[in-house]
Design a protein around this ligand. Sequence first.
Ligand SMILES: NC(=O)c1ccc[n+]([C@@H]2O[C@H](COP(=O)([O-])OP(=O)(O)OC[C@H]3O[C@@H](n4cnc5c(N)ncnc54)[C@H](O)[C@@H]3O)[C@@H](O)[C@H]2O)c1
Length: 262
Amino acid sequence: MNRLQNKRVVITGAASGIGRAAAQLMVAEGARVLIADLNADAATRAASEIGDNALGIGVDVMDESSVATMIDHAVAEFGGIDVLCNHVGGSNPRKDLDLLRLDLAEWDKTMVLNARSTVVASRLALPHMIADGGGSIINTVSVAGLAGDTLQCAYGAAKAAVIRLTQYIATQYGRNNVRCNAVAPGAIMTPALRDNLPAEAIDDIRSHNALDLIGDPEDIGWAMVYLASDESRYMTGQTLVLDGGLTAQSPIAASRRRLLDQ
Ligand SMILES: NC(=O)c1ccc[n+]([C@@H]2O[C@H](COP(=O)([O-])OP(=O)(O)OC[C@H]3O[C@@H](n4cnc5c(N)ncnc54)[C@H](O)[C@@H]3O)[C@@H](O)[C@H]2O)c1
């Protein structure tokens, strides 16, 4: 119940999906949470649904001055920041294709949305964490950052950059008691997944998971609670993979399973 008592948290992209679930779980564990999202109305709505310890604010993580306003707001409301979740990410799957057909403007945008935004928000939050004796930065990446795929090469490359950036932040600020870890979800049933993938494609992903499951937002939210809490005080620079066993298996396990079932 009180795993995050007195923690002051900022989560970007928290008006829906995984970020919203994380915000709700963190408030239930005693944190105060700033729900920051491009959709300011949805952020305010989510905060009022979650309760008094959640606040909503509009932010565009691609715009440094907007991120600075978000950080200032958190410090003004909470008196500091203990946990920053750089959760916004993604790419346009209609433009982020294989290398030859990739729209270069989409490459640039994807790098800013996923990687540069993480640098910008972390740089603005770090001085507050250091001044208060430490903190935890949690970056949301993806299994797409761990291996190659047929499409979305900008997304995969941007998430891989954030995985390595996570280690750099952990290395450079560990002596300030700032930890930095990442969560790497596999397929999670959110509006982003539902809008971008047909049902057959989602079934296909499930067939490649070791567990006969597609994750829910809370499956990632609980990992974020752990990384935000002092329970993970000895963990930094790591990427926690929550993917139903997709990347634990040999790549031929799914077809072997199908053959054995026949
Ligand atoms: N859903 C999945 O299956 C899955 C899998 C792997 C990784 N992820 C990662 O999880 C994170 C979020 O995914 P989700 O499934 O919760 O998505 P979602 O679409 O449910 O929520 C994303 C939120 O981010 C907000 N947003 C978009 N652009 C923004 C910007 N420029 N500034 C501020 N807010 C912005 C949106 O308004 C939305 O509320 C991303 O980093 C994504 O790469 C998701």
